[in-house]
Ligand binder design. Structure first.
Ligand code: NAP
Length: 342
């Protein structure tokens, strides 16, 4: 059995849940896939830690849970930052789950580039590097025979990217639409039931589902990021955030949402990519949908997508994701798929 060495960029909700999965699922990973994983490094906002023999994961979770930075973890050597770890450590796979930075993607973008340039595998939960440089990262991965996977970036555990890239063989997709952001969906659903915007947002933050910067959720940028990744990865387009028309939910009032609900419809924040005679139109905005429709029924913490195709007709997928574990499981899914190719 081969032991794969991992480094974790960011050690917040997603990577802590990922480490718990490694602890819980180690036996299944060994038995079913003949794989074992050793976390040799981790980094958070204050620095990193490196231990070639493998970090004690239970102790690291306890240390972080006590409010300490990983860089002060006594079971390894301190490293100044995540990029130093990405450039210098001995590892097979780099996992990136630090906050989304749409300004320049840093430090995640440089970390992912460093891993790919060294011919390693990069597994992303962080959308920003892909949104800013989808083509460049893929070109670098091809040039260096490196691996790149990002199924966790679009709707966490929901296998949107896998289905779209692998399973819709020979399909002509002419429209994709979905509810991609569970924080704004939860807020809209709770507001339709009379709760305040502030209370609903606080609950999403408590569960570890909201983005570090909540404006990404409520102003539509997280949804738009996912639409850009889908458009590039599944529709074969070469688009950026500027190509998406984006409107969020912040301007909606509880009274407006409740009125729409009383008329048998729901307000959902909907992403849509639609092909017309003049090309593709990419849009994120609140829309009224019938309560009885698929997207009207994507409730609370759920996220869902519809692929409108020729030969598969209309394909509907949804997930009820109430914490970061399903996203961590998507990271694990990518890690297992790519480790088998290393
Ligand atoms: N949560 C979800 O369900 C979910 C779902 C899909 C995708 N994602 C994506 O996954 C990523 C992580 O999400 P999360 O919920 O785990 O966020 P989080 O709980 O806020 O954790 C972020 C982690 O990144 C660290 N960090 C901040 N700045 C850093 C830097 N300059 N260098 C290295 N590490 C840095 C933070 O350090 P400190 O611990 O010191 O603050 C923290 O450990 C985000 O990009 C998010 O969009 C999350």
């Amino acid at each position: 059995m081969h032991v794969y060495k991992l480094i974790l960029m960011g050690f917040g909700s997603v990577h802590q849940a990922f480490v718990r999965l490694l602890l819980e699922k180690g036996e299944i990973l060994a038995r079913r896939y003949h794989l074992a994983f050793r976390v040799v490094g981790a980094a958070d906002s204050r620095g990193g830690v490196y231990q070639p023999a493998g970090l004690d994961l239970k102790a690291l979770l306890g240390h972080k849970g006590a409010g300490q930075s990983v860089t002060r973890f006594p079971g390894g050597d301190p490293v100044p930052d995540s990029l130093t770890l990405a450039r210098t450590a001995d590892y097979d796979l780099l996992l990136e789950a630090s906050p989304v930075n749409l300004t320049d993607g840093e430090p995640a973008l440089s970390c992912v580039r460093a891993a790919l340039a060294r011919g390693k595998v990069a597994v992303l939960a962080n959308k920003a590097p892909l949104v800013l440089d989808f083509g460049g990262l893929h070109a670098l991965a091809r040039e260096r025979d490196a691996g790149l996977a990002f199924s966790a970036t679009v709707c966490g555990g929901l296998p949107v990217i896998n289905v779209g890239q692998r399973d819709l063989i020979a399909a002509d997709i002419h429209r994709i639409e979905g509810v991609f952001n569970s924080t704004s969906n939860y807020i809209l659903t709770r507001m339709a039931a009379g709760e305040s915007y502030e209370r609903a947002l606080a609950e999403a933050q408590r569960r570890g589902l909201a983005e570090t910067d909540p404006s990404l959720d409520v102003d539509g940028w997280d949804t738009a990021n996912k639409l850009v990744i889908i458009a590039n990865a599944i529709l074969g387009l070469s688009v950026r955030l500027d190509d998406v028309e984006v409107r969020g939910i912040r301007e909606l009032t509880a009274a407006q949402i409740a009125r729409v609900r009383a008329e048998g419809r729901m307000v959902r924040l909907i992403a849509r990519a639609e092909r017309s005679d003049t090309g593709w139109r990419l849009e994120v905005r609140p829309r009224q949908v019938p309560l009885t429709s698929f997207l009207g029924g994507v409730d609370l913490w759920e996220m869902g997508i519809v692929f409108y195709t020729d030969i598969f007709e209309d394909l509907y997928l949804k997930i009820d994701e109430r914490g970061p574990t399903a996203t961590a499981a998507a990271v694990l899914r990518d890690v297992v798929h790519l480790a088998q190719l290393v």
